[in-house]
Design a protein around this ligand. Structure first.
Ligand code: GUN
Length: 281
């Protein structure tokens, strides 16, 4: 029987630990503050931003909200970021992506001070991760490491196959698994014999962005499968990159969708905010 990795439960544990820390700090007169910037009113982004603010409220992190109109100029956004970089009462800065097409995402990410880069998207954060220096780690892959560790799944010496090479998930995931002494393979759209490579995995991280792509032909008996995808299937049900029903009988552990990787992203964002406040000291 496969062990179903409960991301909701593990993310709640992490948030409760952070709530305790932040509560103790409050008694000492210390606070934690996250600035959340949203440009435009993309409905999906509004839901994500709302959930981040809710998590802040639960833990006791102050969230400062900047809802900018769609037609905001690049310079106006950069000016706000510069102001927040200078503001000692702000620990973390998050610009919800995507930003409108007339803006330059790269320039915006570069503008955020690495000390406040709680998303872990700044090149300095990415570089620090790759050479083992202190910096913020992208929240989804950091959350996956927590899912594995808190489920008692060892990474050291394991064959880890990551499918997907995005800057936000695939690449930092590979770096983190390497840091944990896994043997890491990164697959992508040009990989030959993908099922065969995936079947080598003791730990398979599926981040390909295609609904129910991975069936039992991609999975070795007893593997651990982590599903990063979230899609609305043709049947209107939420599903991941993994065909859960076809794979669950074969694996030793698997994350469900929803309730697996998803809830971990916000928990790790909150972790990074608390960490930013800690490092400021
Ligand atoms: N849009 C979708 N996911 C994310 C995220 O993790 N951070 C930011 N800033 N924007 C996003």
């Amino acid at each position: 029987m496969a062990y179903i990795i409960d991301g909701k439960k593990i993310s709640s544990e992490i948030k409760d630990e952070l709530k305790t820390t932040v509560g103790q700090w409050k008694e000492e007169g210390r606070s934690v503050c996250l600035a959340v910037i949203q440009v435009g009113d993309d409905p999906a982004s509004s839901v994500y931003v709302g959930n981040k603010k809710k998590a802040c409220a639960y833990i006791g992190i102050d969230s400062r909200s900047y809802e900018l109109p769609e037609e905001t100029s690049q310079e106006e956004l950069l000016e706000l970021i510069r102001k927040l970089n200078q503001d000692d009462t702000v620990d973390g800065i998050l610009v919800q992506l995507p930003i409108p097409d007339h803006m330059n995402e790269k320039e915006v990410i570069h503008a955020i001070s690495p000390e406040k880069d709680v998303d872990g998207f700044h090149p300095q954060s990415v570089g620090a991760l790759s050479i083992g220096e202190e910096g913020f780690v992208s929240c989804t892959p950091a959350g996956i490491i927590q899912l594995l560790k808190r489920s008692g799944i060892e990474i050291e010496g394991k064959e880890c196959v990551v499918v997907g090479r995005s800057n936000i998930v695939g690449k930092p995931m590979a770096m983190l698994l390497l840091r944990e002494n896994g043997t890491v393979t990164v697959c992508h759209s040009r990989t030959r014999n993908l099922p065969e490579v995936c079947r080598r995995a003791d730990i398979l991280v599926a981040a390909i962005g295609k609904p129910r792509f991975f069936d039992d032909t991609y999975v070795k008996d007893g593997a651990v499968v982590i599903d990063v995808g979230i899609h609305r299937g043709a049947d209107k049900k939420l599903c991941g990159d993994v065909d859960f029903d076809k794979v669950v009988g074969k694996v030793s552990a698997i994350t469900p969708v929803p309730g697996g990787v998803g809830p971990m992203t916000i928990a790790m964002l909150m972790h990074n905010c608390v960490e930013a406040a800690k490092r400021k000291r």
